[in-house]
Design a protein around this ligand. Structure first.
Ligand code: SF4
Length: 338
């Protein structure tokens, strides 16, 4: 049975026609709401829902503004694009389990509307992220959306486009001459964390090799070491990962490094534990100002200091923390000129 669905109106859009040339076996469905209801009514597991795909058009905004509690320091990923929801990987900590009410993949083909919306966005110097509610590369063979995004942003040099991923599917990116304002960000985790909590995603070695090839092709790379997870021996595991990354990548072509520790809403923990036996949440957590659970302050600060010290051996990088209050920044970067 085909698990790919489309709405009739995708045939009216260039990207829709392009995608339909690649998928022959699909079913028609009335609209997104009907699709989501169908998924929910089937009472599938998270992994089963991920096998379903919908190609449709978006009626609302593509450009979103990340909500952040005023008590947390500003994040770089404040603006992000939502042309695609969910991804086939199964990271146990993925906040999208909670954010959307299903885990099926949805792609919106009316990209021209997204670009019209972006034409009106004129906050010069801003980073616009993709990969906050999706993985930007995992389905790129099918959608080739990276070429549309890069094609648009090459004429918007005052903005930075970040494409974030845990996939090594870089084939399409290598066919493009990279404009300077494109940043490909890989989330890196020690292989043990990938094996235990990032199910189905590319291995650490594959991600590093892909980032290296992109650097050689001329792209700037971002390192996203987020969410860090406090496995036993985590200091050694994260230090080893940093060494592995810097033994391969060119530090002069790393634009910035974002680090963060696991944080999630309580509902996520319950959903994950209802489905599988995992030790992901067995630690000392507190509820932060934003309502999300995160490790006790001391655990977080120790993890940050450990990884920042490891990174600092390889150069002077723009390192930032994800969703942390100023006092944590002050503690972690004490004595550093920033
Ligand atoms: S790769 Fe990103 S979007 Fe996909 S499951 Fe993992 S955290 Fe979620």
């Amino acid at each position: 049975m085909s698990k790919i669905y489309i709405t009739e109106d995708v045939k009216n859009h260039k990207k829709g026609i392009e995608i339909l040339e690649k998928i022959k076996n699909y079913k028609l469905i009335e609209d997104e709401k009907t699709f989501v209801k169908m998924i929910r009514d089937m009472k599938l597991t998270n992994e089963e829902e991920k096998q379903y795909m919908l190609f449709t058009t978006k009626k609302g905004n593509f450009l979103k503004n990340y909500y952040l509690d005023d008590n947390l320091s500003k994040i770089k990923e404040e603006f992000y694009l939502s042309y695609e929801n969910n991804c086939p990987f199964n990271c146990l900590y993925c906040y999208l389990r909670d954010y959307f009410n299903h885990s099926a993949f949805i792609f919106y083909v009316n990209l021209e509307d997204m670009f019209i919306e972006l034409d009106k966005f004129n906050k010069s110097g801003t980073m616009v992220s993709a990969g906050i509610v999706n993985d930007t590369l995992v389905h790129d063979n099918l959608t080739n959306v990276t070429s549309d995004l890069i094609g648009y942003f090459k004429d918007r040099p005052e903005l930075i486009l970040e494409l974030r991923t845990k996939s090594h599917n870089i084939k399409n990116l290598l066919e493009i001459t990279p404009p300077k304002n494109i940043l490909i960000s890989f989330t890196f985790s020690p292989q043990e964390v990938i094996d235990r909590y990032e199910l189905g995603a590319s291995s650490l070695r594959e991600r590093i090799a892909a980032a290296k090839k992109l650097q050689e092709h001329g792209y700037s790379i971002g390192l996203r070491l987020d969410p860090m997870i406090d496995i036993e021996g985590s200091d050694t595991a994260y230090r080893g990962m940093v060494e592995e990354i810097f033994s391969v990548l060119d530090p002069t072509k790393i634009r910035d490094i974002g680090i963060g520790t696991i944080r999630y809403k309580k509902g996520l923990r319950q959903k994950v534990l209802a489905e599988r036996n995992t030790d992901l949440f067995f630690n000392e957590f507190i509820v932060g100002i934003d309502g999300k659970e995160r490790y006790f302050k001391k655990i977080r600060i120790d993890m940050y200091k450990n990884i920042v010290n490891s990174i600092n051996k390889y150069g002077n990088f723009d390192i930032y923390l994800g969703m942390e209050p100023q006092y944590i920044w002050d503690e972690v970067f004490k004595g550093e000129v920033r």
